[in-house]
Design a protein around this ligand. Structure first.
Ligand code: NAI
Length: 347
């Protein structure tokens, strides 16, 4: 009999790509609309594997509930695992993820946000639909010759830096693990964070959310930026102190912001609230600014990336049930990507 996967927070697009790829795997996928929470954990009864996404709750209570019901594997269909209590899962439930699916998807979305914002495409779209062909108020600025700062030069940050170099921008970069050869190859320059804040017209965030990077962009950092700075965050919401960002936007101390992620996004993103009142005052305020562009964590959302996510996720599940090494495991002992024990698994 085929193994059952309980698939939380299933959206139509998830079903489309997982059903397609599952034709080659044959799992019994039980799709559940609800998020994984302490209240919905009982829906995993009878399955050895659950599949979860970024806004599912994988905290201690949920991990305990899954382990009590015999779940052995949490297959994350995301790269990020900051929402999983790895300590609670250690030696009870294996956690696997999709380390990379399409860094191009996120990098291209980052640049789409930047271009939309600096040429005010988001405003022009509504004007011309209303037969308003006036361009007063839509004045933009050239990217060529301007300085961009990229924080985090991993898979996504590098692509963003390379695309921006292609636009003729000067690119300054920062990473705790600099790769000087790569930077030299595209004529970018590693500098200190403070230099990026002070000197760059465009600042884009591509580091993971960790205790060290939580509120990396806080009031003090924002204060050192120019009043024409454009801040782009497609990394994680918690990288930015959003209340502090609202304050500098309100006073005009920063030029504009584009956000694909938001600190409190789990309550709203991926859902339709168009007929309801937004009770989150910070989100409501952000939406109201003319110089803010928000997308709902859709950086990853391309056909290529969704198919790659489904392939890697079901490949991870295959490896688990075949007792093979888990290349994409994350664990508490390694505080992230697992360096594996003898069997190629963290325990
Ligand atoms: P990656 O692991 O390839 O690169 C992350 C880079 O950040 C590494 O070079 C690392 O050394 C650096 N880093 C770590 N701590 C740092 C710190 N304190 N300061 C500066 N740099 C630091 O990850 P990748 O694939 O490039 O993804 C980056 C982030 O993008 C992910 O962590 C995730 O949060 C976000 N993401 C967003 C998506 C979206 O749909 N908006 C989709 C996928 C990822």
């Amino acid at each position: 009999m085929s193994e059952t996967i309980v698939f939380y927070d299933a959206k139509p697009y998830d079903r489309r790509f997982f059903d397609l790829v599952n034709q080659e795997h044959g799992y019994a996928i039980r799709y559940v609309d609800a998020h994984l929470t302490p209240e919905t954990v009982a829906l995993a009864e009878g399955a050895r594997c659950v599949c979860a996404f970024v806004n599912d709750d994988c905290g201690q209570e949920v991990i305990d509930g899954l382990a009590d019901r015999g779940v052995e594997l949490v297959a994350l269909r995301s790269a990020g695992y900051n929402h999983v209590d790895l300590e609670a899962a250690y030696e009870r439930i294996h956690v696997v993820r999709v380390p990379a699916y399409s860094p191009h998807a996120v990098a291209e979305h980052t640049v789409a946000l930047l271009l939309s914002l600096c040429r005010k495409i988001h405003k022009a779209f509504y004007r011309t639909r209303d037969a308003n062909f006036a361009i007063d108020g839509l004045l933009g600025f050239d990217l060529v010759g301007k300085r961009a700062g990229v924080i985090g030069t991993g898979k996504i940050g590098r692509l963003v830096a390379e695309i921006l170099r292609g636009f003729g921008m000067e690119v300054l970069v920062y990473d705790i693990k600099p790769d000087q050869d790569w930077a030299a190859g595209i004529d970018a320059r590693y500098v200190e964070l403070a230099d990026i804040y002070r000197q760059c017209r465009v600042i884009s965030l591509h580091c993971p959310l960790t205790p060290q990077t939580h509120h990396l962009i806080d009031a003090a950092a924002l204060e050192t930026m120019g009043d024409d700075t454009v801040l782009i965050n497609t990394g994680r919401g918690g990288l930015v102190d959003t209340a502090a960002l609202v304050e500098v936007l309100r006073t005009g101390a920063i030029g504009a912001a584009a956000l694909d992620v938001y600190e409190e996004e789990s309550q709203y993103f991926f859902e339709d609230f168009s007929s309801q009142v937004i009770s989150d005052d910070i989100l409501a305020r952000l939406i109201g600014f003319p110089n803010v562009l928000i997308t709902s964590h859709q950086g990853f959302f391309t056909a290529e990336a969704l198919e790659a996510i489904a392939r890697t996720t079901l490949g991870n599940v295959d490896a688990y049930f075949a007792n093979e090494a888990l290349d994409n495991e994350v664990c508490y002992r390694c505080d992230g990507p697992c360096d594996k024990g003898e069997r190629g698994r963290c325990f």
